[in-house]
Design a protein. Structure first.
Length: 190
C-alpha cells in the first residue's frame, strides 16, 4: 500500500490524491487516475464474401471419381459412384439434366374408379356395380382412386334413386289416366 505523504508512488500503483482536512471547503480535486478500459474478446473477422480465384491447374483425381474442390469450399458428401458436373457445364440441347433424387412414385389410379364416375351419369346401376368392385381392388392392391370410386358410388345411388322415383311417378300417372278414362266412359253413351 502506498503512503499518502509519499508523493512518488511505487511502480504499478496509481497515485492517491491528498486527503483534505475536515473543515476546509472547496471543490474536491479531480482524480488523476483513470481505470483501464475493459478488455473484451476480439471480434471475429468479417467473412470474405468474394469467391476465391479458380485454380489454373488441374487437381488430381481423388478416389471415388470426383474432383477435390478448391480450397475454401466444403468437401462433397462421400457418395460412391456420384460424379459432380464441372462448373459451367450445360447439358446438351433438348436433354434434361440428371436429378439424382426422385421422390417416391405415386401409385396408379384404379381404372374401375374412373369408369365408375363415368357410368354414374350414363348407366347408374352399372356404376354401382363397378364402384363396389373398384373399392375392393383398391383395398387389395393399394392403388389410388378411392375418392373417385366413392364419388361414383354416391352419384350412382342418387341417380338410381331418382330414376326409381321417376318410374313410380310415371306408373302412378298412367294408372290415374286409365282410371279417369274408364270412369268417364260409363257416363257417356253415343
Amino acid at each position: 500500500m502506498s503512503d499518502t505523504n509519499n508523493p512518488t508512488p511505487s511502480a504499478g500503483e496509481p497515485p492517491v490524491p491528498p486527503v483534505t482536512p475536515p473543515g476546509q471547503s472547496g471543490p474536491p480535486p479531480a482524480p488523476s487516475y483513470t481505470p483501464p478500459p475493459p478488455s473484451y474478446p476480439a471480434a471475429p473477422a468479417a467473412p470474405n464474401l468474394e469467391k476465391p480465384p479458380a485454380p489454373s491447374y488441374q487437381q488430381p483425381q481423388a478416389p471415388g471419381g470426383y474432383q477435390q474442390p478448391p480450397t475454401g469450399y466444403p468437401a462433397p458428401p462421400a457418395n460412391p459412384g456420384y460424379q459432380q458436373a464441372p462448373p459451367g457445364y450445360q447439358p446438351p440441347q433438348g436433354q434434361q439434366p440428371y436429378n439424382a433424387y426422385q421422390g417416391p412414385a405415386a401409385p396408379p389410379t384404379n381404372t374401375l374408379a374412373i369408369i365408375t364416375i363415368i357410368l354414374a351419369f350414363l348407366f347408374s346401376i352399372a356404376g354401382i356395380v363397378t364402384g363396389h368392385i373398384a373399392l375392393k381392388q383398391i383395398d387389395r392392391t393399394g392403388e389410388s382412386g378411392r375418392g373417385l370410386a366413392k364419388a361414383g358410388l354416391i352419384l350412382s345411388y342418387v341417380f338410381t334413386g331418382l330414376a326409381v322415383l321417376a318410374v313410380i311417378a310415371y306408373i302412378i300417372f298412367i294408372v290415374v289416366i286409365i282410371a279417369a278414362a274408364g270412369a268417364g266412359s260409363s257416363y257417356y253413351s253415343y
